[in-house]
Design a protein around this ligand. Sequence first.
Ligand SMILES: *Cc1c(COP(=O)(O)O)cnc(C)c1O
Length: 393
Amino acid sequence: MHIDSTCVKEFPVNITTAPHILPIYATSSFCFENIDQGIEIFNNIESGNTYSRYSNPTVDAVAQKIAMLEAHGSDLQADAIMTSSGMSAISTLVMGVLRAGDAILTQENLYGGTTELFRGLFEPLGITTIFMDLGNLQAVEDAFRKNPNIRLLYFETPSNPTLACLPIRELAAIAARFEALSCIDNTFATPYLQQPLLLGVDLSIHSTTKFLNGHGNSIAGAIVAKDKNLLRKKIWNAMKLVGTNCSPFEAWLTHNGLKTLAVRMERHCYNAQTIADHLENHPKVAQVNYPGLTTHPDHTIARAQMSQYGAMLSFELKGGFDAGVAFMNKLRFCTLAPTLGDTDTLVLHPASSSHLRVAPEVRLRNGISDGLIRLSVGIENVQDIIADLENAF
Ligand SMILES: *Cc1c(COP(=O)(O)O)cnc(C)c1O
């Protein structure tokens, strides 16, 4: 034993009992026993870690848990990698599976960053994006037939800000018929409420920043795949070369959050449904958008593919823009923040914040009216949330 070595295996410490809590492997590289082992690991003959941009035990443990959640209750052997953010999960995926000349078919009401990524970054690189109403299955099929360059069908359900839902099984089947990949952003629902891979989707991506971590203290993402080969060869290769790997500390925080995913989601859903019911016939509210309401236009679609309806809802104040601003300023208990998925209730008035600089006609086309308020309902006592909303009305 060389106690002057910097390799942890050589330290004179007693590691005969395993830690109960996943350790954070804060190391950039891993040591080889000898050069032969190094060669075997680099050539994938022997499994092992070499460098944390390629793989890291903390990050991989959390990725495997997310893969197991997506496949829970089935025989599917899903595989996953974690990335540095939800956005890098999306960009890594596109860089891994598409080439210049390929096209993406998607919807208009995507997460804002995703639209900007597709338009502003991939379009100039020769990967074009076609935006259309993916709820029109005949039109989706026609688009595939007309344009053989469409190699990726990318969608979100439920989506911002009206919680519109798309039929997962049907969309995945169309993509498969045209031998294109399908990918869903499953951030809003989480695998606890919706398991798209079991409905035929090839890839499920997450901003784990939101509900999977749930505590608002980390930024990370995940890519979950049905096809281990596609993930390990193409997508992992893009992650390794672009350097979009997740930090072990962020993965560890996500791991802590995952332990309470089920209890948090149960409470999120109960609270959101209670608030949606409360607001539905409220004199100050023109409309409530929550897939758990039987009056929501996509309630039937949501019921067919979700076990419950999630924490996200939005509603339309009768007084328009001014009513929206006044409402936001009167909130005391809920937090004004441009994120979602935390244990605390988070409120957003898109017209005066995230979408202030978006042209009114574009806002309206995507359902973002001047009096629209978006809630990411937390896990507090629901009566406290309702009391705060009532006070602000
Ligand atoms: C937040 C979010 C993203 C981006 O995730 P980051 O972790 O912030 O990079 C992507 N999709 C959806 C639906 C989101 O809510």
